[in-house]
Design a protein around this ligand. Structure first.
Ligand code: DGJ
Length: 561
C-alpha cells in the first residue's frame, strides 16, 4: 500500500473511531437493548438473523489461531481484534485444557477470556475442540488420547486402527458430552445475565481423511441395518436406488460417506442437545469443504468423509436438530467457488454463516458478497498477532498489514451492524465481489438494477478509460466488492471498495429516465439515525458512484422523471 493510501486510511480512521464509539455505546457488549434475552436465531420467510440482546446482530468476527486459547496468548489476540473493529472473537476452548485430569475441571481460561472480552466490548463464539479438531483427536486430554481401549479409534478395512476417533465410541461420547455440559453449565453461571458468549461451535471440521467410514465392529453391524427413517425422509439418493433398505441399497456408491455423516451428526447431536439442555445458546458445526465446482461424485479420497459437506447437509439437518446450522469455511479463494459455496450452504433450512475465511488481503472483498447475501456473519481466520502464519492458506503477514484490509471493511459495517442484520432478515440486502475475470456484475433490485464494474478511475466512461494505460492503485488483483441494502422503494445503502456502481431502472420503472436525488456519504449514529457528512454531486456522480480502496457508506436516493 502506498503512503498516500495509508494517509487516507489514517484520516478516515479518526472519523471511523468516532462512529464506532457512538455505535458501541448503544450496541456494544454492555448497555444494549434487552441484555436479558438469550441469543437465538430468528427466521422469516427463509431469511435469518442472529438475535443478540433481543436485536438482530451482524457477527463481524475474527477467529484466533488454534493455540491462542490461553490467558497469556490472549495478549496477542486483543490488539488484532480491536484493530479490525471486530464485534466478535471466535476462539477455541479445548477439552484438554478444561479437563486435563478426568473429572477435575479448570475454567480459569474461560473466566479470563469472558472478562477480557467484556472489557473490549466484544462478544465470543466458543469453538469446542473436543473429540475432533480437523478430524484429529489432538485436543482431547491425554487420558483420552492414549487410551484406545476405552476411547476406540476407527478401524480400516483390514481391521487396523487409524488416527481418527470412532464416532461409535460410547465412552468417548459420554466423556466429551460430560465435559461439554460442564462448560455450558459454567457459562450459564458466569454469563447468563450478560451473554458475552453468543454462540458455540461443536467440534471443529469433523470427518475422516483417507477412508470413507469406520469399519469397526459396531459400525459394520449398523451399516448392514436399514437407513433410519429421519435420514430417508430428508436425504434423497443422488443415484437410483431402493426407497428403503440398507445404506448400500438406498444410496449405492454414496452409502459409505452418507453412513459416516450420519454417525458424526448423531454423535454431535448428543453433545449439542445435552449442552443446550443446561444453557440454550445457538450452536453450529463447520466444515472443510469439498470442491463445489466438481460434479457431485462419491467420495474418492478428495475431502474429509462424514463432515458436513454440501451434499450431506440434509443428513445433518435430519439427525441434529440441536444444531442451528452447518457452516462453510472459505479457504478456496476462487470467486466461482466462493459463490458456489454460498449458493449451496444458504438454504431456507440452513442459515448462512461463514465462521472461517482465509485472512489474506484478496479475501476481504468477499465480505461484501457474504454480508450482502444475508449471512449471519463472517470471520477471517488467524487474525491475531501470534507469530504464526498459515500461508499458503492465508496471509503471509502476522502484523497490522494482515489485519488492515479487514479493518477497512469492518469499520464501515460495524456502526450499522444492527441495521444491516435487520435488512438482511427482511431480504433487502445484496452483495457481489470482483471475479478473476474482472467483468462487471449485475444486482437485480426491486424496480432498479445496479451494475458493478471494476478497475475504472473515478471519472470518465468506460470507452475513454479504456485508452488510459494506468490502473487505479490497489486494483492490480481482484479487490472490489459491493453490498447494497434497498431500504425503501427508491433508497439504497451502498457500501463497497474498488468498484463503480451504476443504477438503472428496471421492473415497474423500466424505460423511465432516472437520476440521483441525493448521494449522501455518512454513517448511522448510536440510535441508528443517519448522519450526513456530505452530498456527492457534480464530478462525484458524473461517472456514477466510484468507490476507492477506502470504503464509505452512501445513502442513495434515486428518482424517475
Ligand atoms: C480450518 C480449521 O477449522 C482451523 O482450525 C485451522 O486449522 C485452519 N483450517 C487452517 O489454518
Amino acid at each position: 500500500m502506498g503512503s498516500d493510501q495509508s494517509m487516507k486510511w489514517r484520516t478516515g480512521g479518526a472519523l471511523t473511531a468516532l462512529c464506532l464509539a457512538a455505535s458501541m455505546l448503544a450496541h456494544g457488549a454492555a448497555g444494549a437493548a434487552d441484555a436479558s434475552a438469550m441469543p437465538y436465531l430468528k427466521h422469516k420467510d427463509g431469511r435469518y438473523a442472529l438475535m443478540v440482546d433481543g436485536e438482530p446482530f451482524t457477527l463481524l468476527g475474527v477467529q484466533a489461531h488454534n493455540s491462542s486459547n490461553y490467558p497469556e496468548a490472549l495478549k496477542q489476540v486483543w490488539p488484532a481484534v480491536d484493530d479490525v473493529h471486530a464485534n466478535t472473537l471466535e476462539i477455541p476452548v479445548a477439552w484438554e485444557q478444561i479437563e486435563p485430569v478426568e473429572g477435575r475441571l479448570d475454567f480459569s481460561y474461560v473466566d479470563t477470556l469472558v472478562q477480557q472480552a467484556r472489557a473490549h466490548q466484544v462478544r465470543l463464539v466458543l469453538l469446542w475442540f473436543g473429540t475432533w479438531k480437523n478430524t484429529h483427536a489432538q485436543y482431547t486430554p491425554e487420558w483420552v488420547k492414549f487410551d484406545s481401549k476405552r476411547f476406540p479409534r476407527m478401524l480400516d478395512k483390514n481391521g487396523k486402527s487409524i488416527y481418527c476417533l470412532s464416532p461409535f465410541g460410547e465412552e468417548t461420547l459420554k466423556a466429551d458430552r460430560k465435559a461439554f455440559v460442564a462448560l455450558m453449565t459454567h457459562l450459564k453461571e458466569i454469563d447468563a445475565s450478560q451473554h458475552t458468549v453468543i454462540m458455540v461451535q461443536v467440534e471443529n471440521e469433523v470427518g475422516t481423511f483417507g477412508q470413507p467410514r469406520d469399519y469397526g465392529l459396531k459400525a459394520q453391524a449398523l451399516f448392514k441395518q436399514r437407513v433410519p427413517q429421519a435420514v430417508l425422509a430428508h436425504k434423497k439418493s443422488p443415484v437410483a436406488g431402493a426407497a428403503t433398505g440398507t445404506w448400500s441399497e438406498v444410496y449405492g456408491p454414496y452409502a459409505d460417506e452418507y453412513f459416516h455423516a450420519w454417525a458424526f451428526a448423531s454423535y454431535i447431536e448428543e453433545i449439542a442437545k445435552a449442552g443446550r439442555a443446561v444453557y440454550d445458546l445457538p450452536m453450529y458445526v463447520n466444515n472443510a469443504l469439498r470442491d463445489p465446482s466438481e460434479p457431485l461424485a462419491p467420495w474418492n479420497n478428495n475431502f474429509s468423509a462424514g463432515g458436513p459437506t454440501y451434499d450431506v447437509i440434509d443428513i445433518y439437518r435430519a439427525v441434529a436438530p440441536h444444531l442451528d446450522l452447518v457452516a462453510p469455511d472459505f479457504y478456496m479463494k476462487e470467486s466461482n467457488k466462493v459463490t458456489a459455496n454460498i449458493d449451496r450452504f444458504q438454504r431456507p433450512d440452513n442459515p448462512l454463516l461463514v465462521p472461517e475465511m482465509a485472512n489474506s488481503a484478496d479475501m476481504a472483498r468477499y465480505i461484501y458478497q457474504i454480508l450482502g447475501r444475508g449471512s449471519l456473519g463472517v470471520a477471517p481466520f488467524g487474525v491475531d498477532y501470534a507469530d504464526y502464519t498459515n500461508f499458503p492458506l492465508g496471509s503471509q503477514l502476522t502484523d497490522r498489514r494482515m489485519s488492515e484490509p479487514y479493518a477497512r471493511v469492518f469499520a464501515v459495517f460495524r456502526p450499522m451492524q444492527r441495521l444491516w442484520a435487520t435488512w438482511a432478515l427482511e431480504n433487502r440486502t445484496h452483495g457481489v465481489a470482483e471475479g478473476e475475470d474482472r467483468k462487471p456484475q449485475t444486482i437485480m433490485l426491486k424496480n432498479w438494477k445496479a451494475t458493478v464494474s471494476y478497475r475504472l478511475w473515478q471519472l470518465g466512461d468506460e470507452g475513454w478509460l479504456s485508452t488510459i494505460k494506468e490502473q487505479p492503485p490497489g486494483t492490480e488483483t481482484p479487490s472490489g466488492g459491493v453490498a447494497i441494502a434497498q431500504i425503501a422503494d427508491n433508497e439504497f445503502i451502498v457500501v463497497g471498495q474498488h468498484a463503480r456502481v451504476k443504477f438503472d431502472t428496471a421492473g415497474a420503472n423500466a424505460g423511465k429516465p432516472s437520476m440521483y436525488g441525493r448521494v449522501e456519504e455518512g454513517y448511522f449514529d448510536a440510535n441508528g439515525k443517519w448522519v450526513m457528512m456530505r452530498n456527492w454531486n457534480g464530478d462525484q456522480v458524473d461517472s456514477d458512484l466510484n468507490l476507492t480502496g477506502n470504503p464509505v457508506v452512501l445513502k442513495v436516493k434515486l428518482g424517475t422523471y
